[in-house]
Design a protein around this ligand. Structure first.
Ligand code: ZN
Ligand code: ZN
Length: 357
């Protein structure tokens, strides 16, 4: 330790039982030799936190401090940590990978055999997260945050990395035509990631006109109000062919079917959304039209690219932030997100509402 905290307790937002969050005093996290203590400035509420909150995912077994989309400054460093000093602005990947399994060796760290996520407690492990004044994270997943990115914007890096990973894994960069199905947060980031990767004409489709309006605000020139005729509209706009690449950011029967019907023969449909655990697969269409279905999960090394793109303004996350609120307002925001109040995108909590942002 190069720094001894002057306090022994910290404020945290604790899930004490399912559907119940409260502000609690917890001991400051201990850090191991390879870990860094981060003084949290901002932490986004992830969809997975909302699904954990009510117990439906089984991955936030109380008591747990959730939160893995965070940024802050270095408060203390473990004995083996190099390259980080107290006060450095940092952010971190949500996935703690082992670095030694066969998947990690291939660079597929999102598929790591021993993968853990910050702010998750499941049958196998428990790691408190960043809805607190401090969080301990391994140096392996830490990144320096350039001055041009605010802490709140940095809380969007995980989502931006998910979008970049989907585009990278689809090998669709530079496509003449692409379609993003679903103009929610991940869809809008995927649109921007596809544009940054050189896709030329990108259609963004959603059933909600207000979401399409937001898509236009962040630069989508071709939006499609989706209905049962989505694929027909897409083919109409592409000389009857369909697009080279589809990014499906919803994950239900109708949208997956529309994605498959909207891609050209030999094209790729990248599946990011997964609201439904199962969908119907139009097998013969996929086989005879030689369509590539590509699943995409989390990210694997896209953080530096996401940091670079956000710093350069090539991916704009500001319009996707619904609110930056005090940690104390966390319980109310979780309720609002859980009740699926319309038009909420990213909600970011900060333990220091007066000082930061
Ligand atoms: Zn997340
Ligand atoms: Zn591993």
């Amino acid at each position: 330790m190069t720094f001894i905290a002057t306090r022994s307790n910290m404020k945290s937002l604790l899930l004490t039982e399912y559907n119940h969050l409260e502000i609690a005093d917890l001991p400051l996290p201990d850090i191991g030799p390879d870990e860094v203590l981060v003084r949290v400035e901002a932490c986004g509420i992830c969809g997975s936190d909302v699904h954990g909150y009510d117990g439906s995912s089984g991955r936030r077994i109380p008591p747990i401090v959730m939160g893995h989309e965070a940024a802050g400054t270095v408060a203390a460093t473990g004995a083996n940590v190099r390259g980080y000093a107290k006060g450095d602005r940092v952010t971190f990947d949500s996935t703690v990978y082992c670095g030694v399994c066969a998947y990690c060796a291939r660079g597929d760290v999102n598929l790591c055999d021993n993968r853990q996520v910050i702010g998750v407690s499941c049958g196998d492990y428990r790691r408190n997260g960043a809805f607190a004044e401090y969080v301990a994270v391994p140096q392996r997943i830490l990144y320096h945050l350039p001055a041009g990115i605010s802490f709140a914007e940095a809380a969007m890096l995980e989502a931006a990395s998910v979008a970049l990973h989907a585009v990278n894994i689809s090998e669709a960069g530079g496509s003449e035509t692409a379609l993003v199905v679903g103009a929610g947060m991940i869809g809008l980031l995927t649109f921007q990631a596809a544009a940054a990767a050189g896709c030329k004409r990108i259609f963004v489709a959603d059933i909600d006109p207000s979401r399409l309006e937001r898509a236009r605000q962040i630069g989508a020139e071709q939006t499609i109000l989706a209905g049962a005729d989505l694929a027909e509209k897409v083919r109409g706009l592409t000389g009857g062919q369909g697009v080279d690449a589809v990014f499906e950011a919803v994950g239900m029967n109708e949208t997956v079917a529309a994605a498959i019907d909207s891609v050209r023969r030999g094209g790729t449909v990248t599946l990011i959304g997964n609201i439904a655990p199962e969908v119907k697969l139009p097998l013969q269409k996929v086989v005879t039209r030689q369509i590539r279905l590509q699943g995409s999960c989390a990210s694997a090394g896209e953080y530096p690219q996401a940091i670079e793109f956000i710093a350069a303004g090539r991916i704009r996350v500001g319009p996707l932030i619904t609110a930056v609120a005090a940690l104390e307002e966390g319980p109310r925001w979780f309720e609002r997100l859980h009740s699926r109040e319309p038009d909420l995108m990213k909600v970011i909590l900060t333990p220091r509402p007066t000082e930061s942002q």
